[in-house]
Every structure is written in C-alpha cells, then in structure tokens.
Design a protein around this ligand. Sequence first.
Ligand SMILES: [Zn+2]
Length: 235
Amino acid sequence: MPPTRVKAIILKKINYRETSVIVHLLSDTNGKIAGLMKGVRSTQKKIPPLAYQQGSCIEAFVYLKTKPGLELVTQPSVVNSFNFSGENLILWKKMLLTIDRFVPFARFNSNGIYDILFQTGLLIPRIKDHRAIEILVTERILFELGFGPFLEKCLICGSEENLSFFSGKLGGIICSRCQSKEPTSFKLPERHIQVLRFFQKIPVSQISMIKYIPEGLFANLMKCLNEIILYHISG
Ligand SMILES: [Zn+2]
C-alpha cells in the first residue's frame, strides 16, 4: 500500500536505538498512530529536530497497516513547531500527556480532537489563565470521546430541574431526587454546572476572553472531570 500523507501533532517522543525515534501521533483524520521514524537523528539525514520534537505539528508520510502496531513514518516536515518555553511549555506538555492518555491507538476520524489541540497550541502564548485551557481541553476531549460530561438533564430520571449533583460514573449531572440512587455522586453548585456548559460550547478561539478562574471553581470542575476519568479511562 502506498504511504498516506498525514498532518499530526507529536504527543510523545521516545529515542529509539542509535538514530531513530518512536512517536505517538495524533493525526487529523487517521486517529492515533504509533510511528517509527527511522534514522531521523542521524546527522546525514539533515532532518531538523523540530520535525520530531514532542509538541510539534508535522506533515509526514505514514505507511498505514491494516493491523495495529508500529507504523513507518517518513519525510516529516514542520507545520507549526509550538516551540514554547517556561510555563507555556509546562502547560503544553500537560495537554499532550492528557490527550495521549485519553486517546487509544486506533483508526478513527480524529479531526475534532486534533482541531482542539491545534487551536490550543495557537492560543497558549496569549492566554492569561492557564486553568481555563486545562478545563477546556480536558472537558472537550472527554466529550469528543463520548464520555461526557452530559449536562442537559438528569441522567437517571430525565428531569431538567434541581440538577445539583454530579456523577463521574454516569458521566454527568443528576437531580437531587435521584441523588440517593447514585452513592458516588456529589453536590455541585448550579453556577458551576453552568460553567461546565459554557466550556462545552465556547469556540476554542474565544477562550482568551476568560481572564481568571478562581481556585475553588477550578478545583470543583476538575473534580467532576477527574471522576469521569477515574471511572472510564484506565491507567
Ligand atoms: Zn433525576
């Protein structure tokens, strides 16, 4: 089979043997790929290190196999290096690791997830409050993967009233009447549910308008998302 041209963001890079690297690629339309770039660290090949650095967005050719496993990646070239430093680099790496942990190696249309990550990379230098990025990326990727959070009605009875409890196990909100049926649920202020809804709908490009997220709100929202992760994503 001829190689497929893909755009991808490098979620993880591991040096392999003398001159090669193994990369975890989040591609735009082919899901997550475990790729082998042969000999790229060899000085004779003259491939710029940014073309295989963690966090870079690249274009490359991938010899896609029908069975899962390492796939050969050739001719990587940089589309956007997202070459951050300091606090921005710490945040970027955290987001790359989160996505690498959430997304399985599988062939699927990963365009939604890819787009969120790519736009996040463009925005990082302009964002004042890093907590906003962390909530948005975590929430949106979970939703893209089908884990929720589901926030429109009680996940047990379907009621749209008194929605003041959250269950990571069920992946969203439940009403105060059903709360006793789900012992893992916990109380969540209604305005915090509204903020979760807000993060679900806001275009990623507009996140720079969020100036500040108070610590208590951040802790509560991340608790909701972490409960979903705990029950639905292993490792
Ligand atoms: Zn209910």
